[in-house]
Design a protein around this ligand. Structure first.
Ligand code: ZN
Length: 428
């Protein structure tokens, strides 16, 4: 079978590919976009100044604000006649970002998306039920075209509609499900409820676009009888989903370093953080034509995984997305990322995978934080007090602040097919 894996044979060779791509990108952006040219001129950098990968640090950052300000077609570096598609992202700040693609951009995206399916060890026998949004908000098109390029069978089911998803799973004998983790959990619970487990051929899930805890993934895996699950990263600004994938070793996500350079910087100082330390993802594209990104600040938090992967592949890795700087809230002068709460709860026994955080400001001006956690399925309410104490202690240790903890009945917290809202900040 055809391979979509990178062609370089060493990290030195990868660095050569990256330097060539960086030089091409800076030159292309400088000559293609007045906005980029003005930015680079202000920074005192000309395309010919990029002589090594270290020169990346001389380049100015690009922000989501700049994409929003250039509405409708920001940072465009090719003539409009070369644009074959647009996708948009609503963005957490509410301002819409529209990204243009040339045919080559689409081809590149499809190629590395096919690589995702190869990374997940699919074959042309697989049937891939794509249960994500289609249309201007990316996702679906990438999942589908990548699947077809790879050579598996796509079932373009679209999002939601649990009833139809169940029917397709049974009738078409889909072997792979692509969806959000929230949707995966809904499916798993429904399959259990209806006792459909032995009617499914489902083996794998590729899930993404939101945080998920270990216990949530375990519930999905058990509920659907999966052999494996793969976390998929991606954002509209950087083509869309599929810019990397977990491998079977599940120790971070391999990312496609032959298509973009990843830097991890301290969000405050913008200086690179040491390898392995959490910071903001900053990406620079190497081949993107319509809207190349130069040091684009993604607001996603992650860390580089140091050392080689157990799978033996020569493809660098980053950690799961550990939250967004936008999701961060400040409680009693401490920065709290919901991802930290996820990771604490997923390591504890006796509780379910769902939780809510409620922040209130009292009449005395003091802030309070309540973490509502579900009792595990079949758990005994008589143990609530003990579980509550354990959860409180574990959160206190990780977050360095002490929240109130409340144990709720199993399945009493809302689940949704799309991203589940978990933090309710009622202060001010
Ligand atoms: Zn690996």
């Amino acid at each position: 079978m055809k391979t979509f894996m990178p062609t370089y044979k060493s990290y030195d060779e990868l660095a050569e590919i990256q330097l060539k791509g960086l030089q091409w990108t800076v030159n292309h952006a400088y000559n293609g976009s007045e906005v980029y040219r003005a930015k680079l001129d202000r920074a005192g950098v000309k395309p010919e100044d990029i002589k090594s990968l270290d020169d990346l640090r001389r380049l100015p950052f690009t922000t989501a604000k700049e994409l929003a300000e250039g509405y409708p077609f920001p940072l465009l570096c090719v003539p409009m006649s070369d644009v074959v598609r647009i996708h948009a992202s609503s963005g957490t700040t509410g301002k819409r970002k529209v990204l243009c693609y040339t045919q080559k951009d689409i081809d590149d995206w499809v190629h590395f998306f096919a690589r995702c399916y190869e990374m997940a060890d699919l074959t042309s026998e697989d049937r891939v039920q794509i249960c994500v949004g289609y249309g201007v908000w990316t996702a679906g098109a990438g999942f589908q075209l990548g699947c077809e390029r790879f050579g598996a069978m796509a079932v373009p089911a679209g999002p939601g509609n649990l009833e139809m998803q169940m029917e397709f799973l049974v009738d078409f004998r889909s072997t792979v499900m692509c969806c959000t983790a929230s949707m995966g959990l809904l499916l798993a619970e429904e399959v259990q409820k209806r006792g459909l487990g032995d009617k499914l051929a489902l083996k794998k899930m590729i899930y993404g676009s939101e945080r998920s805890s270990d216990s949530m993934r375990a519930r999905i895996k058990d509920g659907l009888g999966l052999t494996d699950m793969y976390d998929i990263p991606g954002m509209t600004e950087l083509y869309g989903p599929g810019t990397g994938l977990e491998c079977r070793a599940h120790d971070g996500m391999h990312y496609w370093a032959d298509y973009y350079i990843l830097e991890i910087v301290d969000p405050e100082t913008l200086e690179p953080v040491p390898e392995g330390q959490v910071g903001e993802m900053v990406v620079t594209t190497l081949k993107k034509e319509a809207v190349p990104l130069i040091r684009y600040r993604t607001r996603d938090l992650t860390a580089i995984k140091p050392g080689p992967c157990a799978c033996g592949r020569l493809i660098p890795r980053h950690d799961r997305i550990l939250g967004r700087s936008d999701d961060m809230f400040i409680f009693r002068a401490v920065n709290v990322y919901p991802g930290q709460i996820d990771s604490v709860l997923s390591g504890l026994q006796g509780i379910g995978s769902e939780y809510q955080v409620v922040l209130e400001r009292g009449a005395d001006g003091k802030d309070s934080m309540l973490v509502r956690v579900e009792r595990a399925a079949g758990g005994d309410p008589a143990s609530d007090a003990q579980i509550q104490a354990t959860v409180t202690e574990a959160l206190k240790r990780k977050l360095l602040v002490t929240p109130a903890v409340e144990i709720a009945d199993y399945a009493s917290l809302p689940r949704s097919e799309r991203k589940t809202r978990r933090v309710f900040d009622n202060r001010d």
